[in-house]
Design a protein around this ligand. Structure first.
Ligand SMILES: Cc1ncc(C[n+]2csc(CCOP(=O)(O)OP(=O)(O)O)c2C)c(N)n1
Ligand SMILES: [Mg+2]
Length: 340
């Protein structure tokens, strides 16, 4: 195994570092469990796992404040867990049960939380990008210094609507951080084959939007870049682009045999750059935690994930009448007068 290069000296407290370890591990173990449940036929439809990319969302959540918003693509379970949504509700939605965030009617790509300001989960590639700018427009209008994190992939970065959004976000100086989660593949197509540049973050330049490249396997680097981007937005200077270089270990979705890359390529990333292992080493080397402390955290996370799987198996399937609920934003009860 090649020597792992640990991140530079941590610029955070030992407690924060432990929290990032815990948060990333929760995503990793949750996704592994989701993969198992999928294999057992308990999850239907598509299921896109986030394994390998955990440092992106955990680093950025560490830079966020209460009230900030987030919107992302279909690869969304990690984002939900990182912003504090309940693992039981997420897992039960994956298995299509009543206890899920959308009462089992939405599944993997259709979950939302007003409380945690999570605006989905979007299956149409790139569709969340203008939505993110819209959320930021509302905050700019209300002048409330909130920021919206708008996540999208390297593949989505080739879509026209992204650039229409960049233009408007720049004109109106919207407080939006465009986060390009560059995991180097769009389904089976590598960035090299599909994208005119290896520096996607420079694509904001014609619109006057600053951007930077970030190591997405290093949670501390992500947090630092996130803080810079957020400060820019909160100061009223408009949008900011972070291209966060990361890697997904699993296939595009559960049905992807991943023939477009070698096993060695994936293994090398796991061995040399794994974001969780990286923080584990920082904790041990800095004597901020012992092997036993980390074992206790591992157990705590395993229990949370197992409980979410149990909850999602025990929760009933939604009743037929649920087909008629949650269709309109504001349902007017029958017989009530509608005020003009
Ligand atoms: C408009 C649209 N075109 C095509 C698809 C099919 N599709 C689903 S995911 C995907 C690849 C997107 O890759 P990327 O943006 O890099 O995100 P990642 O899956 O790597 O997270 C494609 C082409 C789609 N869902 N929507
Ligand atoms: Mg991608």
């Amino acid at each position: 195994m090649a020597a792992r290069k640990p991140a530079a000296k941590p610029n955070v407290s030992p407690e924060e570092l432990k929290q990032y370890y815990r948060d990333m591990l929760l995503i990793r173990r949750f996704e592994e469990k989701a993969g198992q449940l999928y294999g057992m036929g308990l999850i239907g439809g598509f299921c896109h796992l986030y394994i390998g990319q955990e440092a992106v969302v955990v680093g950025l959540e560490a830079a966020a404040e209460e009230g900030d918003k987030r919107v992302t693509s279909y690869r969304d379970h990690g984002h939900m867990l990182a912003c504090g949504m309940d693992p039981n509700g997420v897992m039960a939605e994956l298995t299509g049960r009543e206890g899920g965030y959308s009462k089992g009617k939405g599944g993997s790509m259709h979950m939302f939380s007003r409380e945690k300001h999570f605006y989905g989960g979007h299956g149409i590639v790139g569709a969340q990008v203008p939505l993110g700018a819209g959320l930021a427009f509302a905050d700019a209008y209300l002048d409330n210094s909130r920021v919206t994190f708008t996540y999208f992939g390297d593949g989505a970065a080739n879509q026209g609507q992204v650039y229409e959004t960049f233009n408007m976000a720049s004109i109106w100086k919207l407080p939006v951080v465009f986060v390009i989660e560059n995991n180097q593949y769009a389904m089976g197509t590598s960035q090299k084959r599909s994208t005119s540049t290896d520096e996607i973050y420079t694509r904001g330049a014609p619109f006057g939007i600053p951007g930077e490249l970030v190591d997405g396997m290093d949670v501390l680097a992500v947090k630092e870049a996130g803080e810079k981007a957020v400060a820019h937005c909160r100061a009223g200077k408009g949008p900011y682009i972070l291209e966060i270089k990361t890697y997904r270990y699993r296939g595009h979705s559960m049905s992807d045999p991943a023939k477009y890359r070698t096993r060695e390529e994936v293994q090398k990333m796991r061995d040399e750059r794994d974001p969780i292992q990286n923080v584990r080493e920082l904790l041990l080397q800095g004597k901020h935690a012992t092997e036993d402390d980390l074992k206790a955290i591992d157990k705590e996370i395993k229990d949370i994930v197992n409980a979410s799987a149990e909850f999602s198996k025990e929760s009933p399937e939604p009743a037929l009448e649920e087909l008629w609920t949650d269709i309109y934003a504001d349902e007017v009860p029958q017989g009530d007068a509608v005020e003009a």
